[in-house]
Design a protein around this ligand. Structure first.
Ligand code: HAM
Length: 425
């Protein structure tokens, strides 16, 4: 038995190892493909920022800023924070670099939140996301939501539903907040412990609370969507019409206020019907028309979404989707003759674009064949003393059932061309 390790990954974090990481890679590749199709370029920015970027960005009163951010001082006394989400950093970069608008970027980023870890909720998770800045055209909202929708469809998820809402803009939200506060004050004693203490500082958060007591109070109360101004109502209607015309199905959820202060107008969330309801959001986002100003820039509208990779992988598992899991290779070389042949051959196969593997440490034929089987390779190339003597290779089809066709010998020099031929048959 190996001794227990001195260190393990920190609580709430996990290693994604080969096998599972194949799925991660394919999700990223599919997302990148969709992002490019929809006109988004990749942005890579620092994982830590001045803490002010997040305080001003996501709101000092948001749960994430109050309870979950990893804040630290560097050796020169700067107050920095690890990124808890991707949007604020993107908008900081937008304000810093003044790019031509509309500016459309996508990202893959780890995000750090000091949460109570459980399945689907981690202290480091990964997000795939997009942000588009520089226009408040509601048809862009439609495109952004549709990109997410098509991506989920492409990776095979079937039990995903989309909820949308409009949170209005700041001016129309104020009178609504007053109404909501009056309602909450009347029912203060019925709220959950956390929101009984907090409703005055951030009343919208109570709408987001999943506790039965808070749901009981807010369900019959005023809903923001009924109080947004004409302009916001018209914006929302165009978003709905656009989704309808592209065949994207959704339901309107007036409780969908989302966790960050930057949201205005359109908000949306994708949930998986195959997952445990506590952690079933696979992605979410919305419009943020004041964020650039909050971060010191000119008034600029933006919209985007983020999708949790770990949640996506759990959703795929919950729907038993294995299409993204294939990590098998094309060819495995079994070499019992020694010398350089297998090294040269594996390199030649890789040079023509095949995935090829061999074994090390001069293992026995039996043990190498086991590795070949386990690798999922379609073909094994055998080099034993007989093949070495005659400058040949024996090609064995590891998946073939017809014994007579299963194995044949070719000249070493022709091996790569023959393998290519067999694999494209
Ligand atoms: P968010 O809803 O906080 O939004 O996170 C986006 C997604 O990240 C969630 O739907 C979920 O799939 C995943 N996620 C969040 N927290 C965790 C966690 N602790 N463990 C595992 N997965 C998690 C945002 O972050 C916004 N920046 C999205 C956005 C982009 N809005 C506009 N643009």
């Amino acid at each position: 038995m190996s001794p227990s390790p001195l260190f393990a990954a920190p609580k709430g974090t996990r290693d994604i190892l080969p096998g599972e990481s194949r799925r991660f890679e394919k999700l990223v590749a599919t997302f990148s493909d969709f992002a490019h199709r929809y006109g988004f370029g990749l942005i890579v920015s620092p994982l830590f920022e001045d803490v002010g970027v997040f305080h001003r960005g996501i709101g000092e009163q948001s749960d994430v800023a109050r309870k979950e951010m990893y804040v630290f001082e560097d050796r020169s006394g700067r107050r920095l924070a690890l990124r808890p989400e991707g949007t604020a950093s993107v908008v900081r970069a937008f304000v810093q670099h003044h790019p031509v608008t509309p500016w459309k970027v996508w990202y893959l980023t780890p995000a750090f939140r000091y949460e109570q870890p459980q399945a689907g909720r981690y202290r480091q998770h990964h997000q795939l996301g997009v942000e588009a800045l520089g226009t408040d055209d509601p048809t862009l909202d439609v495109e952004v939501i549709t990109l997410a929708w098509r991506f989920y469809e492409a990776v095979g998820l079937r039990q995903i539903s989309l909820m949308i809402n409009s949170m209005g803009h700041r001016a129309c939200r104020e009178p609504y907040l007053e109404l909501l506060r009056q309602h909450l004050e009347t029912h203060e004693g019925e709220l959950c412990d956390e929101h009984r203490a907090l409703w005055r500082t951030n009343a919208l958060r109570v709408l987001d609370c999943k506790q039965e007591s808070c749901v009981g109070v807010t369900a019959p109360g005023p809903m923001l969507i009924d109080h947004v101004c004409e302009e916001c109502r018209a914006h929302f209607q165009i978003v709905r019409d656009g989704l309808d015309s592209l065949g994207v199905t959704y339901s309107v959820n007036p409780r969908l206020v989302r966790g960050f202060d930057y949201y205005t107008r359109t908000t949306f969330e994708f949930v998986s019907g195959a997952m445990n309801s506590a952690q079933n959001a696979v992605g979410g986002g919305g419009r943020y028309d004041r964020l650039a100003e909050e971060l010191g820039g000119d008034p600029t509208s933006g919209i985007g979404f983020g999708s949790g990779l770990e949640r996506l992988m759990l959703a795929l598992e919950a729907e038993s989707i294995v299409a993204l899991d294939d990590s098998s290779i094309d060819v495995f070389i079994v070499d019992t003759a020694g010398g350089q042949s297998s090294l040269v051959l594996v390199e030649a196969l890789r040079a023509v674009g095949l995935s090829a593997e061999r074994s090390y440490d001069q293992r026995s034929m039996k043990s190498q064949m086991k590795l070949a089987d386990r690798s999922g390779a379609r073909l094994a190339l055998l080099i034993g003393p007989r093949e070495r003597e005659s400058d040949t290779v024996t090609i064995r089809d590891l998946r073939g059932t017809d014994e007579a066709q299963r194995q044949h010998s070719v000249a070493l020099l022709d091996a790569t061309a023959t393998v290519l031929q067999l694999l494209t048959k």
